[in-house]
Design a protein around this ligand. Structure first.
Ligand code: FES
Length: 97
């Protein structure tokens, strides 16, 4: 019984966390990134400056993901916020309903 209560408690936390993450779009966005610059990828899905953070996450408990690139290049950044290869698209958007 205790094990079941712990499992449901874990699922509730997981569900609450997933409800806080918004799908900004169901396709990735291509952006050109510059070396030496720190980028802040929006992880909460609320930013009006997608795919980058505009501080709309404040109060959600979700933080942006900072990252850099070593050479100038074009990349596909995740917009569905479900990727396992943050901040890059891993195709997770194709599994959304
Ligand atoms: S606005 Fe989404 S992580 Fe900052």
């Amino acid at each position: 019984m205790l094990l079941l209560l712990e499992l449901f408690s874990t699922l509730d936390v997981f569900t609450i966390q997933m409800e806080k993450i918004h799908v900004a779009a169901k396709q990735p966005i291509e952006v050109e990134l510059e070396p030496g610059k720190t980028y802040s990828w929006c992880q909460c899905g609320r930013s009006k400056n997608q795919p980058f953070c505009d501080m709309s996450h404040v109060g959600t408990g979700i933080l942006p993901k900072e990252f850099k690139v070593s050479v100038k290049r074009k990349v596909w950044l995740c917009m569905c916020k479900q990727t396992k290869t943050v901040p890059y698209c891993d195709g997770s958007h194709t599994k959304l309903e």
